[in-house]
Design a protein around this ligand. Structure first.
Ligand code: 0L1
Ligand code: MG
Length: 241
C-alpha cells in the first residue's frame, strides 16, 4: 500500500470516527515512512481549508511511554480545526475513544519562546483498542485530535518543576510535574526543533508548541468538566457535551 493510500485510511478513520486495524499489521512501514504518511494525512486536511498552527510532542514522559508501550519521543502537527477555546465545549461525536492529558504549551516567537500557557490535549488513536507501534502512531499524527490552550503568560524563569494537576469534575485524577516532560519542557522544544527539521519542517513564529503531557492520559467521558492546573501559570479547561 502506498503512503497516500495509508494517509487516506487514517484520514477517513478520523473523519468517520471508526477505528481501523494497525497499518503495520498488514503493511511494511518504518518510522520515516510513517512521518511521510503523517505529512500526507495533514496535507489532505490543509487541502480542505485547515491551517497549520503548530506542533505537538508525544511520549515525552515515562508515564506516557509506559501507558502505550512505545518508548520514543514523537511529534505531530496541529491544525486550527483541532483548537478548542479555553473554557469551551467539546462534543465527543467525532471521536473514537478519546483521552485527555495535561500539558504545557509554548507560543513561539521570532527569537525563542514568547509566552507559556497551561494546556490540555485530547488524543484519540484511530487504531482499534488504542493499540499501535511506533510507526503506526507517528502515521496517525501521534493520536492528536484536539487541544485547549489557556491564557498565555510571560515566560517564568524556570518551567522545569511546576506542579501539574488534571481535574475531572473538580476531582484531581492525575498529579505530576513539568519535570516529567523530558526533565524540562524546554528540552522538548529543543528535541522538537531537531526532530521536525529532520523531516523538513521548520517551527514558525506564532505557532503553538505543545511540549507533551506531565501525566498519563485519562478517558474523556460525556458531561465531564476537565481542567489542567499548572503551578504559577494558570488553568486550561473544557466541558464535554
Ligand atoms: O501526546 C501524546 O503523548 C500521545 C502520543 C501518542 C500515544 C498516545 O496516543 O497516547
Ligand atoms: Mg500529548
Amino acid at each position: 500500500m502506498s503512503i497516500s493510500e495509508m494517509a487516506v485510511l487514517l484520514d477517513d478513520a478520523a473523519v468517520d470516527a471508526i477505528a481501523i486495524p494497525q497499518l503495520t499489521l498488514g503493511h511494511e512501514l518504518d518510522v520515516d515512512g510513517a512521518y511521510a504518511v503523517q505529512e500526507a494525512l495533514i496535507a489532505r486536511r490543509l487541502d480542505r481549508g485547515q491551517r497549520l498552527v503548530g506542533v505537538k510532542m508525544g511520549l515525552t514522559s515515562r508515564a506516557k511511554m509506559a501507558q502505550v508501550g512505545v518508548h520514543e519521543v514523537i511529534w505531530g502537527r496541529l491544525t486550527d480545526a483541532m483548537a478548542v477555546p479555553d473554557g469551551g465545549q467539546l462534543s465527543l461525536d467525532g471521536f473514537i475513544h478519546p483521552r485527555i492529558e495535561p500539558e504545557i504549551a509554548f507560543l513561539l516567537g521570532e527569537n525563542g519562546v514568547a509566552a507559556v500557557a497551561p494546556a490540555l490535549e485530547i488524543i484519540d488513536s484511530r487504531y482499534a483498542d488504542f493499540q499501535f507501534t511506533h510507526a503506526d502512531v507517528v502515521a496517525d499524527n501521534t493520536s492528536g485530535a484536539a487541544f485547549v490552550v489557556g491564557a498565555w503568560q510571560p515566560v517564568p524563569a524556570g518551567v522545569d518543576n511546576l506542579g501539574v494537576l488534571l481535574e475531572v469534575d473538580g476531582k484531581v485524577v492525575q498529579a505530576g510535574s513539568t519535570a516529567a516532560i523530558l526533565g524540562d519542557p524546554r528540552r522538548a522544544l529543543t528535541e522538537g526543533r531537531a526532530l521536525t527539521a529532520r523531516y523538513g519542517l521548520a517551527l514558525e513564529p506564532g505557532w503553538v508548541f505543545m511540549a507533551g503531557a506531565a501525566t498519563a492520559a485519562v478517558p474523556l467521558t460525556p458531561g465531564a468538566h476537565v481542567r489542567a492546573v499548572v503551578e504559577g501559570i494558570g488553568t486550561a479547561s473544557l466541558k464535554v457535551t
